[in-house]
Design a protein around this ligand. Structure first.
Ligand SMILES: [Zn+2]
Length: 328
């Protein structure tokens, strides 16, 4: 009898179906592309080859990239809070685009937007060896080797590249960030190698700044630090931009590493070099010195070249994407 009762209860629960809404409708900051264009009297087209969404009307030429918060509007770059995305055959547009179209937010304009100047930061150095593998390999040496290879790769592609250190020299985190600011870097890439007590853990890890920290706390910090030389709004926009480009860069790099057969993950973090830079920044942990297999790889020139190539490919892909957006 008890069993029958239990069966009846389970049957009842099974009958109560919870209505499921697609999660997209739960995002108030988005609107479906067709609807957005109808409401704003825009014509649209979508280029599936390079993921560019064109929105046009008299006197307005708007171009968006799928999964990117960078917008090209009437010859200038702007930054959105969210990125347009594709889901089940439909494209969704972030609603803050309206503010840009109606020119209510001119401060979101990105002056001289580019990703051509890159600062590479080989972690540790001098008195700070970083992690040391059980077999004696020092992190600071590997970081520098890969950073130099990456510099070469990027220079071949026409980027202007600076290294925070090009020899075995100690640099404080503050000095590294200051260097990036002085060089007016468009991208800051910090290179590190990982270590864990658990020797089985391995893989590449890519870190970008946590959006919460970037959007809620960093503008206040920067405004205070710079003695309010610019408005808080200016810093907020700068942080939005840096955060979205860092994230796009991290995503792009994950895809490339995956395609090249690497075990890779991306994570949000609050590392100093990500937090206090004024530019889009990522930190790449290129492998585990504590893992026997990966330590061997980190020693090999071939692996170092592969890592440098993957990162340089991500930089040039990101740059190409933004350049395509601005093409006539
Ligand atoms: Zn490190």
């Amino acid at each position: 009898m008890k069993k029958l009762f239990l069966f009846f209860i389970i049957f009842l629960i099974g009958c109560v179906s919870i209505p499921r809404k697609p999660y997209i409708s739960l995002l108030p900051s988005y609107q479906e592309l067709k609807k957005f264009c109808q409401e704003n009297k825009l014509d649209y087209s979508f280029n599936t080859l390079d993921d560019i969404i064109y929105l046009k009307t008299k006197g307005k030429d708007i171009r968006l990239l799928l999964d990117s918060s960078i917008v090209f509007f009437n010859g200038c770059f702007f930054s959105l809070k969210n990125a347009p995305f594709y889901e089940e055959g439909k494209i969704y547009i972030p609603l803050d685009l309206k503010k840009i179209i109606s020119k209510k937010l001119p401060s979101l304009k990105l002056e001289d937007f580019s990703t051509k100047t890159v600062v590479i930061d080989p972690g540790h150095g001098g008195k700070d060896p970083g992690a040391i593998s059980p077999w004696g390999l020092r992190e600071k040496d590997i970081n520098l080797k890969v950073a130099k290879l990456l510099k070469k790769e990027l220079e071949k592609k026409g980027f202007l590249v600076y290294l925070t250190r090009d020899k075995d020299k100690f640099l404080s985190l503050k000095e590294r960030v200051k260097f990036a600011k002085e060089k007016e870097a468009d991208l800051f890439i910090s290179i590190h190698a990982n270590f864990n007590r658990n020797r089985y853990i391995r893989g590449v890890e890519i870190y970008y700044l946590s959006p919460y920290f970037s959007q809620k706390l960093k503008p206040f910090y920067l405004a205070k630090k710079e003695r309010n030389n610019y408005s808080l709004k200016f810093w907020k926009n700068l942080c939005y931009r840096n955060n979205s480009i860092s994230k796009e860069f991290a995503n792009c790099l994950v895809e490339i590493f995956k395609e090249m057969g690497f075990k890779v993950t991306s994570k949000r973090a609050k590392f100093y070099v990500l937090k206090y830079g004024y530019v889009p920044a990522i930190l790449v942990e290129i492998g585990y010195l504590s893992n026997y297999y990966e330590e061997r790889l980190l020693r090999s020139a071939r692996y170092q070249r592969q890592v440098a190539r993957a990162i340089s490919l991500a930089v040039s892909l990101l740059n190409d994407q933004y350049e395509k957006l601005a093409q006539k």
